[in-house]
Write a protein of this length. Structure first.
Length: 365
């Protein structure tokens, strides 16, 4: 029965309607078909690998990597379905114009730069990153996507932005909603530099331990906070905290039209504190995989120090940077916008809200 179901799922993928990845390189645009992703109901109620739709398939990485470049593949544990109709209470997708800007021109003739810009159609909630999702193999050998989680954060995010700007490199950021309300100006700096901004929940909770309604609120409050901090809709890109993917939320994001991002190379920079070790770890994984999505955290001080060295080694190794941009933008939901505005959720307020001058004063130098 299970083998029959898997076979039927693979046939469904082949027959599903088309979405598209559009690759922009030197004016050349090529549309590719892809299927529609839904959450795998068979993994519901399990923990660990079961909460991560394709975690059990990690051993299949090598086989998947040799499939013809840019060919969509069906992950054995993912079922295909027709494109879901937009739920009546969900905002419709918006044009992408506001979610990503070009950023300042590159003034470094020897910069690593961006070799290719890839536009992602997130209709149906496609997943990316071979750690969990093996269906969409769109990177060429030697290509790298840089992603950063958990920001924005004082000092660390600006340092990451400077390192990227020095090499004219673009990345994708997945900020935490609460952090976005702490440092909205830093988040705007990320946007103005031309990077892509998705979301990473309101407070980085493990959604596999939440009820569906609690998990939905965490996701949507994060979207509302990032949008409010920027002043406009964001990219429909999302990364689950701790890379744990509750099947119900995978399905929900599919209905919402939000792409899900896992990783190919996790820096583990929340454990590895030394910058040189972070770089060594990532480059070793890149040598093994040959390409992929790198996961780092602009929240981490060690990462802010590691990025310049990482970019230098990527350039020396002949690797190419790919910048991901969305086809559409993601709008927030009014009910969560109202909660954010009503409660004025902007971070902890202590001392009765008194100004700094009434709390702290210099009494000697």
């Amino acid at each position: 029965m299970r083998a029959g179901a898997i076979a039927a799922g693979l046939v469904a993928v082949a027959l599903a309607g088309s979405l598209g990845l559009v690759f922009a390189q030197k004016g050349d645009l090529t549309a590719l078909p892809w299927g529609k992703l839904k959450g795998d109901a068979a993994t519901a109620g399990s923990s660990s690998a079961a909460t991560e739709p394709a975690a059990a398939q990690r051993g299949a990485r090598d086989d998947a990597m040799v499939v013809a470049q840019n060919t969509p593949r069906a992950a054995p544990q993912q079922t295909a379905a027709a494109q879901p109709a937009a739920a009546p209470n969900l905002p419709a997708p918006l044009p992408a114009a506001a979610s990503v800007v070009k950023g300042p021109p590159c003034t470094n003739p020897d910069a690593l730069g961006v070799s290719r810009v890839v536009e992602i159609d997130t209709t149906g909630g496609p997943g990316f990153g071979f750690e969990h999702f093996k269906q969409y193999d769109f990177l060429k050998p030697g290509e790298v996507v840089l992603t950063f989680d958990d920001g924005p954060w004082l000092h660390n995010t600006p340092a990451v932005l400077k390192a990227l700007a020095d090499q004219c490199v673009k990345a994708t950021f997945f900020p935490i909603g609460k952090h976005s309300t702490y440092y909205p100006e830093i988040l705007k700096d990320v946007y103005n530099a031309g990077h892509t901004i998705g979301s990473h929940t309101w407070s980085h909770q493990d959604l596999s331990k939440k009820t569906p309604e609690e998990a939905k609120a965490e996701i949507e409050m994060g979207v509302s906070a990032v949008k409010a901090s920027l002043g406009h809709p964001i990219a429909p890109f999302f990364r689950f905290p701790a890379l744990r993917h509750p099947p119900e939320m995978v399905t929900y994001l599919g209905e919402r039209g939000v792409g899900i991002f896992s990783t190919d190379m996790d820096s583990f920079d929340f454990k590895i504190r030394k910058p040189e070790q972070i770089v060594k770890n990532l480059m070793a994984k890149l040598k093994t995989h040959g390409k992929g999505i790198m996961l780092m955290h602009d929240f981490q001080h060690g990462t802010s120090l590691a990025v310049p060295q990482l970019l230098a080694e990527l350039k020396a190794g002949g690797y190419k940077i790919v910048h991901l941009v969305p086809k559409n933008s993601l709008d927030s939901m009014a009910q969560y916008d109202d909660i954010l505005a009503k409660d004025k959720v902007t971070g902890p307020v202590t001392g009765g809200g008194r100004p700094t001058s009434s709390v702290v004063k210099t009494i000697g130098e």
